[in-house]
Ligand binder design. Structure first.
Ligand code: NDP
Length: 281
């Protein structure tokens, strides 16, 4: 029977630990504040932003909310970011992505002070991860490392295969596994004979963005399978990149969707925020 890696439980543990830390920091006179900017009113983005603000409130972190109309100019958005960069009372700045098409996403990411870039998307933070220096790390892959460690799964020396090479999941995931001394292979849409590669994995991370694509033919018996994908199936139920029912019987541990990787992303955002406040002030 595969171990089910419970992301809900592990993210709750992390939030409880942070709540305690924040309460101690408050007693020392340190407050933590996240500025969240949303441009437009995309319903999915509004849900994500709402969840982030809720998590802040639970842990004891203040949040400032900027809901800008969809036709906000890039100049106006960059001016707001510059103002927030300069405010001592703001520890973290988050611009909910995607931004409307007339705004250059990379310019927005670059405009955020790397010391306040709690999403870990700024090139300086990505570069720091690459060369093993301290910096903010993209929340979803950082959450996966926590899931593995807190479930007692050893990474060092293991064959780790990442399916997907996006800037927010696949690439930082590979770098983090490498930092943990895994032997890492990154695969993508041009990989030849994907199954042959993924079947070598002791730890398989699926971040391919294709519902149910990873069936047991892609998985070595006894592997640990981490499913990053989030989709709605034809019955409007949440599902991942992994065909859970097919894969669970052959692996040693697996994350469900929902309740696996998803809850970890916000927990790691909160961790980044608390760390930024502890470092700076
Ligand atoms: P992207 O679409 O940016 O990247 C998908 C990657 O998969 C690409 O590198 C692509 O390769 C690769 N790929 C696509 N098709 C194949 C294939 N047939 N074989 C091998 N590789 C393939 O997605 P993201 O990384 O942003 O997200 C991945 C999934 O994770 C999505 O379902 C997303 O919703 C989910 N997600 C979940 C989060 C969470 O909190 N749980 C957070 C972020 C994302 P190529 O580069 O060659 O195009």
């Amino acid at each position: 029977m595969a171990q089910i890696i419970d992301g809900k439980k592990i993210s709750s543990q992390i939030k409880e630990e942070l709540k305690e830390k924040v309460s101690v920091m408050k007693q020392e006179g340190k407050t933590i504040c996240l500025a969240v900017i949303q441009v437009g009113d995309d319903p999915a983005s509004s849900v994500y932003v709402g969840n982030k603000k809720k998590a802040c409130a639970y842990i004891g972190i203040e949040s400032l909310s900027y809901e800008l109309p969809a036709d906000t100019t890039q100049e106006k958005l960059l001016a707001l970011i510059a103002e927030l960069n300069g405010r001592d009372d703001v520890n973290g700045i988050l611009v909910q992505l995607p931004v409307p098409a007339h705004i250059d996403e990379n310019a927005v990411i670059r405009a955020i002070d790397p010391g306040k870039d709690v999403d870990g998307f700024h090139p300086q933070n990505v570069g720091a991860l690459c060369i093993g220096q301290r910096g903010f790390v993209s929340c979803t892959p950082a959450g996966i490392i926590q899931l593995l460690k807190r479930s007692g799964i050893e990474i060092a020396g293991k064959e780790c295969v990442v399916i997907g090479r996006s800037n927010i999941v696949g690439k930082p995931m590979a770098l983090l596994l490498l930092r943990e001394n895994g032997t890492v292979t990154v695969t993508h849409s041009k990989t030849k004979d994907l199954r042959e590669v993924t079947r070598r994995a002791d730890i398989l991370i699926a971040a391919v963005g294709k519902p149910g694509m990873i069936t047991r033919e892609y998985v070595k018996e006894g592997a640990v399978v981490i499913d990053v994908g989030i989709h709605r199936n034809e019955n409007n139920k949440l599902c991942g990149d992994v065909d859970y029912d097919d894969v669970a019987p052959v692996c040693s541990a697996i994350t469900p969707v929902p309740g696996g990787v998803g809850p970890m992303t916000i927990a790691m955002l909160m961790l980044n925020l608390v760390e930024s406040a502890a470092l700076v002030r």
